[in-house]
Design a protein around this ligand. Structure first.
Ligand SMILES: *Cc1c(COP(=O)(O)O)cnc(C)c1O
Length: 404
């Protein structure tokens, strides 16, 4: 570049450019709205849909492309789109695939913040939903009609952690030509492969896997992000075009945080799993709890489905479980128990290092009280990375609060 007349311009247009090919453990953090083109012809002709070039920050950077590819590999998919939160990823699937007149089937134990999108927004666009019992294939099948466009599966289900027969649900949907989407946040791409549900046998898999990266991929309780992963290029393009039209984006520093946390995710997932199973077993021995819900417990709803689908050993379940506190304890006693916990903090979400507790009012969340859930107050624990002995001692000391 010519010698500049003023140094301030040199702060913006500088003749030095660093050597290419920098190589280090972490991918670079590229931040951009504007991306430069060498010529006007290049600006006119750049293709942005296939990751062969860069056009604008919204359409991807090296940082987001690398994250998308790694997440696709994790979940056994081929294409990935990033969204600003897990909920945004679920919403994106609905907005990309549904038209006026279409109907969606949601499991009764679906992530609860998803239903308001249908109740309050998509209703006005002529899109409806029905709730099915995830533990009853016949119930799901009976609700499929000519209007059914999409069926959501969640495994294990939110809060009550029932594990459905995913293979049977997918097979039934395929037989009716209906798209199947899985909320794969719990399995995280580690407990089972949603696109290959019976390795070595007939090809069977979901069409779409949506994942709240906010949980285990982030691992820190400090990033919100979601992904939508597919194997079918046409389905992916539909979702990607809607993503582009909605202007959805994730920040480069957030993408960096997830890239930084991904290599340790399988180890963290195993550690969360190990502690959660130990604590769930311990809770089973406590008379205050009418039921303990964790798919690895033999008497938990859907245990056989979990066992036949998920990996054996540790790393086959997320670090979540719920207890049903006996109805002989009043709500204020349950609240006092939650507040008496010292290591467990009161708060939503999970996947980070700190253990969390939330009491739920199941009556307000479900159409009917599930027949396989004991009566009482459901309290969900998300197990962090603290020493399991300390968490057990914390639960033990807080149980005294139930008696007061
Ligand atoms: C947390 C969660 C979501 C939503 O993720 P956010 O990033 O918090 O919006 C969706 N589905 C499941 C199963 C979740 O646990």
């Amino acid at each position: 570049m010519e010698r500049l007349t003023h140094p301030t311009t040199g702060l913006i247009h500088h003749p030095y450019s660093a050597p290419q090919g920098f190589d280090a453990p972490m991918p670079g953090v590229f931040k951009a709205s504007t991306v430069f083109f060498p010529t006007v012809a290049a600006l006119r002709s750049r293709e942005w849909k296939d990751k062969s070039a860069y056009t604008y920050g919204l359409h991807g950077t090296p940082t987001t492309f690398v994250l998308e590819e790694r997440l696709s590999t994790l979940e056994g998919g081929l294409q990935c789109v990033l969204a600003p939160s897990g909920l945004a990823a679920l919403a994106l699937v609905a907005l990309a695939l549904l038209q006026s007149g279409d109907e969606v089937l949601l499991p009764d134990n679906a992530y609860s913040a998803y239903k308001p999108l249908f109740d309050c927004e998509l209703k006005h666009w002529g899109i409806s939903y029905q709730v099915y019992n995830p533990m009853d294939i016949a119930d799901m099948q009976a609700r499929i009609s000519a209007r059914t466009r999409l069926v959501w599966i969640e495994a294990a289900g939110s809060v009550t952690l029932e594990f459905p027969d995913i293979r049977a649900l997918v097979r039934t949907c395929k037989a009716h030509g209906v798209l199947v989407a899985l909320d794969n946040t719990w399995g995280a791409g580690l407990a089972f492969n949603p696109f290959d549900l019976q390795p070595g046998m007939e090809p069977l898999g979901v069409d779409i896997s949506a994942h709240a990266l906010t949980k285990y991929p982030s691992g820190g309780g400090d990033v919100l992000m979601g992904s939508v992963i597919t194997r079918d290029p046409d389905l992916h393009m539909k979702i990607k075009l809607t993503h582009m039209r909605l202007g959805l984006n994730v920040g480069a520093n957030d993408a960096e945080a997830v890239l930084r946390a991904l290599p340790s995710m399988p180890l963290r997932y195993q550690a969360h799993d190990q502690s959660a199973r130990a604590l769930a077993l311990w809770c089973q021995s406590r008379p205050e709890f009418a039921q303990v819900l964790h798919p690895a417990l033999p008497d938990s709803p859907g245990h056989a489905h979990w066992k036949s689908l998920c990996k054996t050993g540790l790393g086959a379940a997320a670090g979540l479980f719920s207890v049903v506190i006996s109805p002989r304890y009043a709500q204020n006693q349950v609240d006092a128990f939650c507040e008496a916990l010292r290591l467990f903090r009161i708060g939503y979400s999970w996947g980070g290092p700190i253990s969390l507790v939330v009491p739920y009012n199941l009556n307000s969340m479900r159409q009917t009280w599930p027949e396989h859930i004991a009566r009482g107050t459901v309290v969900r624990f998300a197990i962090g990375l603290e020493a399991v002995e300390d968490l057990r001692a914390d639960l033990e000391q807080a149980l005294n609060a139930l008696l007061q």
